[in-house]
Design a protein around this ligand. Structure first.
Ligand code: MSP
Length: 501
C-alpha cells in the first residue's frame, strides 16, 4: 500500500508564528488530511529549528540569558498555536531533541565516510537573518542582505566543508529524470540554473560559541544550522534511532517549503542524501509568499498578524478556506482583512452555510426521504476533478470545483421548489425524492470538504445524525446514495453566523 509522508519546514523560534507560517502549515495540513481521506497511511511532520544563531540573538534581545529556556518557551508557543489551529500533525520535531542529535551524528559520519567532508578556510559574507552565505553579487547595491536589509557579517575561519560540487552532475541527472521533483515548474528552472551556474562546496560548520550541535569528533566546531535542520526530515522518522520506522516512512513524498528556501531543499539537501547513500524525496513543492495589504510581513512594520486573532472572529475553517482559495498554490498572494470578510460573507455565510441550513430547515420533520439521481452525475464528476486537482497540487482549484457543485445544488432547490411541494398533499413522493437528494448532496459535500474544513464537515455530519460517517472508507462513502442509515435531522445553528459589523 502507498504511504504518504509530508513535511513543513521547521520554523525558527526567534519569533512567534504569523499568518504566513499558518498558511504554510494549513496547506500541508490540508494535503495530509486528503491523503488520510483516501486511505493512505500518512505521516505529517512539522517542528522547530532550534540550533540557529538567530535564535540566540533573539534570546539575548528578549533579555534571556538561558538560551535553552527561551527556546523551550518559544517552541511550546509554536506547538500550542498549531494545536489551537487544529493542525493534524502526527509528530513535532525539535532539533535540540536527543533523537535528532543522534541522527545528525550518524548522518555526518556517513557523509564523512563518503569522503565528502574536508577542512578548509572559509571567508565570506553571512546573514544571520537568513542563516545563509551570500555572494557579493546577491547583495543590494548598499551591500545589504536583500531579504533582511542588514549588513552580512564577514566570516573568516577554518571550517568543515561539504563537497557539494561532486554531486553537480548527479543532481542535474536526478532533476532531469524526475521533472516534478522541484515544483512548480517555474521554481524548477530557478533551481536548475542555480545548480548549473553556482553550485559550489559549502561550509557546514562554524566555530563553537556555546550553541549548536557539536561536530562529531571536534567540539571546537558546531554544525551549520541548515545542515542540521534538513536532517530533521530523517530523524523524525527514526533515522539513527529506529530503523523499522525509518524504513516505513522514508523517502518523504512531499517537502512543502516556501519559495525562499527551495535551493536548500532542491540542491543542498539531495546532495547530502546522495552522499549519505539515502534515497531522495519524491517532491519539493514551493508555495509562494504573501504580503498583507501589499506589504511584506515583518516585525518592524508591525503587520505580522497572529492567526489566532483572526480565528477568534472568523473561525479556523473560514481562515483555512480563505487562504487556500485566495492564494494560488505555488504563486504569491496578498492578504487583506477586507477580502477575508468578503469571502466569509459571500462564499461561507451566504454560500455554503445558507445551502446547508436551507436544506436542514426544509427537511426537519419530514419522515420519508428517498435519494434520487438528479445530482448523482454532477457529484460523480466532482469527485473526479477533486482527485485530479489534488494530484496536481491545486487545492484552490479543488475548492472552486466544490463551490461549483454547490451552485448546482442551489439551482436544483430553486428548480424543484420543495417549499411548494410541501404544501401539496399529492406531491409527497416527489418531495421525498427532492429532499432525499438534497440531504445526500450534504453528505457528499461534507466528505468533499473534510481536508479543507474539518470542523465544518463534522458539523454537517452531526446535524444529520451521521457522527460516525468518517469511520468509513472514502471509496465506500463517496458512492452516491451510500448512506448507512437514514438521516436524523436536527436543525443547528448556522455554520457561519453573519458577522456583526
Ligand atoms: N528554519 C528554516 C527552515 C528549515 S527547514 C529544514 C526557515 N524557517 S522560517 O521560520 O524562517 O520559515 C519557515 C517557512 O515559513 C518558510 O518556508 C518560509 O517560506 C515561510 N514563510 C515565512 N514568511 C512567509 C510569508 N510571508 N508567506 C508565506 N510563507 C512564509 O526558513
Amino acid at each position: 500500500m502507498r504511504k504518504f509522508y509530508i513535511t513543513t519546514p521547521i520554523y525558527y523560534v526567534n519569533d512567534r508564528p504569523h499568518i504566513g507560517h499558518a498558511y504554510a502549515t494549513f496547506s500541508a495540513d490540508t494535503i495530509a488530511r486528503y491523503h488520510r481521506l483516501i486511505g493512505e497511511p500518512t505521516m505529517f511532520l512539522t517542528g522547530t529549528d532550534e540550533n540557529a544563531e538567530k535564535n540566540v540573538e533573539s534570546a539575548t534581545a528578549a533579555g534571556e540569558t538561558d538560551v535553552q529556556h527561551y527556546i523551550d518557551r518559544m517552541s511550546a508557543l509554536w506547538q500550542v498555536t498549531w494545536d489551537e489551529l487544529g493542525i493534524s500533525n502526527d509528530d513535532f520535531i525539535r532539533t535540540t531533541e536527543e533523537r535528532h542529535l543522534r541522527g545528525v551524528e550518524k548522518f555526518w559520519q556517513a557523509v564523512e565516510q563518503s569522503g565528502d567532508i574536508y577542512k578548509g578556510q572559509y571567508e565570506g559574507l553571512y546573514c544571520i537573518g537568513c542563516e545563509a552565505f551570500y555572494r557579493e553579487s546577491d547583495l543590494t547595491p548598499e551591500g545589504l542582505c536583500p531579504l533582511h536589509k542588514r549588513k552580512p557579517e564577514l566570516v573568516k575561519e577554518e571550517n568543515y566543508f561539504f563537497r557539494v560540487s561532486k554531486y553537480k552532475d548527479a543532481l542535474l541527472r536526478y532533476h532531469n529524470e524526475h521533472p516534478t521533483f522541484a515544483a512548480p515548474a517555474s521554481r524548477r528552472q530557478e533551481v536548475l540554473r542555480y545548480i548549473t551556474d553556482h553550485l559550489e562546496d559549502v561550509s557546514i560548520s562554524r566555530t563553537a560559541k556555546g550553541w549548536g550541535i557539536p561536530v562529531p569528533g571536534d567540539a571546537s566546531q558546531v554544525i551549520y544550522v541548515w545542515f542540521d535542520a534538513l536532517i530533521n526530515y530523517l530523524t523524525a522518522v527514526g533515522y539513527g534511532t529506529d530503523d523499522e520506522t525509518f524504513a516505513k516512512w522514508w523517502p518523504a513524498d512531499m517537502h512543502l517549503v516556501g519559495k525562499d528556501i527551495i535551493k536548500f531543499h532542491c540542491a543542498l539537501w539531495p546532495a547530502m542524501l546522495l552522499s549519505a547513500g539515502l534515497p531522495l524525496p519524491a517532491q519539493v513543492f514551493a508555495h509562494g509568499f504573501f504580503t498583507i495589504s501589499e506589504e511584506k510581513i515583518s516585525k518592524s512594520l508591525g503587520n505580522a498578524i497572529d492567526p489566532r486573532d483572526l480565528v477568534e472572529t472568523y473561525g479556523v475553517d473560514a481562515l483555512r478556506y480563505f487562504l487556500l482559495r485566495e492564494i494560488p498554490f505555488g504563486g504569491d498572494g496578498d492578504f487583506s482583512i477586507e477580502r477575508l470578510a468578503g469571502r466569509y460573507d459571500s462564499d461561507l455565510a451566504s454560500g455554503l452555510g445558507n445551502y446547508v441550513s436551507r436544506i436542514l430547515a426544509l427537511t426537519k420533520g419530514v419522515e420519508m426521504l428517498t435519494v434520487g439521481n438528479d445530482l448523482k452525475v454532477v457529484f460523480d464528476e466532482t469527485w473526479k476533478s477533486y482527485h485530479r486537482h489534488f494530484a496536481a497540487n491545486e487545492p484552490g482549484r479543488v475548492l472552486e470545483v466544490i463551490w461549483q457543485v454547490l451552485k448546482e445544488g442551489d439551482r436544483y432547490i430553486d428548480e424543484c421548489a420543495p417549499w411548494a411541494l410541501k404544501k401539496d398533499a399529492e406531491k409527497t413522493d416527489e418531495l421525498a425524492v427532492v429532499l432525499g437528494t438534497l440531504i445526500e448532496s450534504l453528505r457528499q459535500l461534507a466528505w468533499l470538504l473534510t481536508p479543507f474544513m474539518p470542523e465544518t464537515a463534522m458539523k454537517i455530519f452531526t446535524s444529520l445524525g451521521w457522527q460516525d460517517e468518517l469511520k468509513r472508507s472514502l471509496t465506500e462513502a463517496s458512492v452516491w446514495g451510500a448512506q448507512t442509515h437514514g438521516p436524523v435531522v436536527a436543525t443547528t445553528d448556522p455554520l457561519f453566523p453573519r458577522l456583526t459589523a
